[in-house]
Design a protein around this ligand. Structure first.
Ligand code: AHM
Ligand code: MG
Length: 331
């Protein structure tokens, strides 16, 4: 790409903002808080083997998982970047049991941001890709400033923007405000996210499926029938498997190459493992925007009505053709 073609994510966000009636710049300022925080996180991820940021932080987060230092650093980076944005009223993070009320009673505070600051964190100390996911919701009509649950417990259809960053062999930010999906690769030389993947669309069919097959003994029958069909060529091609164990990285591959990613219900996690609000919903929003499909195993993910902030949900997301094959199977 020649320099004359360079479009940074900041310029892109400003352009996208024109789609919002009465746009005042506050929404783009909010998104720029997220991009700034992810640059801070990627700098820390890149230095993880060099400085004393590896290892367990010692605390146990609300999911009962041991927090690693980078989880905490990533959480603080996002919280700090977003609390300085007047348009943010509520923040909810995987790392915090309760949502944070940021600008209570402030009429400018119109948005809630829910996020997983460091998804796939068990992969950090083995140099495997990790990521950040985020979802932005508008304050519902009449929701009180001191009732953050009302801001956050909205179905995924209400997302005004969603995205993720993969800290992989390069750092890429993928986001949508509901008008297509766009990817920006961080140019480390200039410290800017540069448009590298405009108007991303999922191939109609891929050749990989992605699931933690070690749990297959406790998957509901439908999932095992489906996986067997993918393996034995029933759907026109014999699928190969890929599983990273970082949802963002597994989804990113699925978005680019097609195929299907699944986290079914298991014996350990009868409701699935992934979190509805800040993992499944942003991914479902992007998948649909890119021509794919995302289900909770039965229903459209974006229509699932959340009942709690850290709610888990099964996730099946992928290309149209693979998802049609899944849906066609009986329960
Ligand atoms: P985390 O947010 O605590 O890192 O957990 C979520 C991760 C996902 O990124 C990934 O898809 C899943 O957990 C992997 O789980 P498993 O190790 O059971 O396959
Ligand atoms: Mg996490």
């Amino acid at each position: 790409m020649s320099d004359s073609n360079l479009l940074t994510v900041q310029q892109h966000i400003l352009r996208e903002q024109l789609r919002f009636s009465g746009a005042s710049g506050e929404f783009s300022f909010l998104l720029s808080g997220i991009t700034l925080a992810t640059k801070i996180i990627q700098a820390q991820v890149r230095r993880a083997g060099l400085v004393d940021v590896l290892g367990e932080h010692g605390g146990v987060n609300v999911q009962g998982e041991i927090q690693q230092k980078l989880d905490v650093i990533a959480n603080e980076a996002i919280v700090q970047a977003l609390t300085s944005r007047a348009s943010v009223g509520v923040l909810a993070s995987e790392e915090n049991e309760e949502p944070m009320i940021v600008h209570k009673g402030d009429s400018e505070a119109k948005y809630a941001v829910v996020f997983d600051p460091l998804d796939g964190s068990s992969n950090i100390d083995v140099n495997v890709s990790v990521g950040t996911t985020f979802s932005i919701l508008r304050r519902p009509e009449g929701a009180a400033g001191d009732n953050p649950e009302a801001w956050v417990l909205q179905p995924g259809t209400e997302q005004v923007a969603a995205g993720y960053v993969v800290y992989g062999s390069s750092t890429i930010l993928v986001y949508s405000v509901g008008h297509g999906v766009h990817g920006f690769t961080l140019d480390p030389a200039i410290g800017a996210y540069v448009l590298s993947h405009p108007n991303m669309t999922m191939p109609d069919r891929g050749k990989y499926y992605s699931v933690n097959e070690a749990n297959a003994d406790s998957f509901p029958d439908k999932y095992n029938k489906y996986l067997a069909g993918l393996r034995n060529g029933q759907y026109g091609t014999k699928y190969s498997s890929r599983y990273i164990g970082s949802m963002v990285a597994d989804f990113h591959r699925t978005l680019l190459k097609g195929g299907v990613f699944l986290y079914p219900p298991t014996a350990d996690n009868a409701e699935g493992k992934l979190r509805l609000l800040y993992e499944a919903n942003p991914v479902a929003f992007l998948a649909e925007q890119a021509g794919g499909v995302a289900l909770d195993g039965k229903n459209r993910m974006l229509e699932v009505k959340p009942t709690s902030i850290h709610q888990r949900v099964p996730l099946v997301v992928g290309s149209k053709a693979e998802m049609d094959d899944f849906v066609a199977l009986e329960d």
